[in-house]
Design a binder for this molecule. Sequence first.
Ligand code: FAD
Ligand code: N01
Length: 548
Amino acid sequence: MSDAVSTDRSDLDALVIGAGFSGLYMLHRLRDSLGLSALVLEAADDVGGTWYWNRYPGARCDSESYFYSFSDRLSTDLLEEWTWSERFATQPEILRYLQTVAERFDLRRDIRFGTTVTSASWDDDAGRWTVGTAGGERITARFLITAVGCLSTTNLPDFPGRDSFQGAWYHTGLWPHEGVDFTGQRVAVIGTGATGVQLIPEVAQEAAHVTVFQRTPNYDIAGGNHPVTEDFDRKIKDDYPRIWARTRETAFGFPYDVAERTALSVPDDERQVIFEEAWAQGGFRLGTTFNDLLLDEDANETAAEFLRNKIRERVHDPEIAEMLAPKDHPFFTKRPPLENGYYETYNRENVTLVDVRRSPIEAITPTGVRTADGEYEVDSIVYATGFDAMTGTLYKLGITGRGGLSLADKWAQGPRTYLGIATHDFPNLFIITGPQSPSVLSNMPVSIEQHVDWIADCLRHLHEQGVERIEPTVEAEDGWVAHHDEVTGMTLLPRADSWWVGANIPGKHRSLYPYVGGVGVYRGICDDVAAKGYEGFALSRAEATAPA
Ligand code: FAD
Ligand code: N01
């Protein structure tokens, strides 16, 4: 390992792509814990990732702020010093937090901003990756680590006539930094996922009229956002050791305990009280009420009906309430958004809901949106249409492994990984929060830290053993894919057409992309692999073909 950060960018130990939560922590571990020469390439002109790009009105996290952050793995001092102002922090506050992390650990000096990676090819003779950028640079490194996020390539549906629109249009994932003033405008919002649900109430307060184009209604859960009091902040800080320990053990990386009971094991009236109590707490507590909501259809239906009734209570017009109440998929088989006043928005005079499953969008016209039922004239269109999740950004990196095999080709029939972190024929490539890891089915900072720490420990091991190449075996990969599929099949998750299964992108292979076996279980498996000398990986020394 080199002693200091190399200024020779052709001889890096590790190259990291992306400077969000993942890339920042990875750089810190590589450079400051391992003493490796490392460089981060980032397309944006600052750190933040998700929180740099998603600046739409209402953007905030739905993991509670106090655990949507780096844990004591990064710094106990920072945990003590940083105070979140709201239970669910806004985008500007999270961005400020990540900027603070970058400053505190002096990370920016090893991040090259405004640099988009367009290719990454493995040279089997040299045992190095060569990365190409949009600016024409070529940079080589022994290890390539993608920290490009699961939700960083926007999905802009290819509606006929899309480019003919004469007004202004925006995608929520590429929101203008200067903001948008919708005052007095007629605004179309396409999409009612977590993003639409946050944005629509905000825009409705400003615009003359908002027309919402909904394809699939969601089971939105009350967020229960509120300011963080001094007392709450102190209690959390005092309790952090237990909180972080819990996040690492639970199924979803939240420090919440799931009740050890099934939904149908309690009488109806008691179940109702349990749901009401969880509802009153706000956030994802509702998912912790019973342990079989994701496993058993009848159990799931009890929560689904509870949530439908909440919509019916809050939306005055019964016809609109029924349009908003999901009936075509079980609860939590699409990611449920947290909402703060979303349903009440449909009681406003200036908001119209259009059901585009019944009456699909036929075209974007120069003046608005045309469905089978007619044209809606608007001044602006907001596409809250989500992302080509999990693989979209990885494919755009143009990664080619041994023999020029492209990652996109290798995964054409669905991702094939070992632990969601590496893939055969792509030596020395590590994917942070890759498909088939818990990633988006968890509170992500916890999963990000686990991946980064595992990769850092692995690199330390390779160095100590004089190993220069690491690559999963075909057998280990096959075994992981089979395990992933088996666990997936035990749940209701494949039942909905969600981005979790790639259904939002026409032509994308359908499979459950994140791993649903649980954050704690997954961590145990990864630790076990490491403890057994990186079982399932072939490790080889320089020039050698024999395993180390
Ligand atoms: P990102 O933050 O996506 O960062 C990836 C970086 O890679 C980006 O800066 C991007 O510019 C860069 N990059 C990509 N491609 C290239 C390229 N070719 N060249 C150079 N750079 C490139 N998760 C939760 O757990 N809880 C939440 O409450 C939560 N809220 C969310 C709210 C929104 C609006 C969204 C969109 C996502 C939310 N998420 C949440 C998921 C969120 O993406 C993760 O929590 C986390 O921020 C991911 O961090 P990351 O560093 O892995 O990826
Ligand atoms: O994206 P989505 P998102 N015609 O894919 C619709 C995280 N996040 O940006 O459901 C018509 O969920 C699509 O319809 P349908 C979180 O992980 C977190 O909202 O596919 N409609 C859907 O309504 C989240 O899950 C927060 O039928 C079309 C919407 O667009 C993830 O990011 C906040 C369409 C897209 O919903 C993605 O959320 C925001 C078409 N052709 C985001 N194509 C927090 O609160 C798509 N749609 C933390």
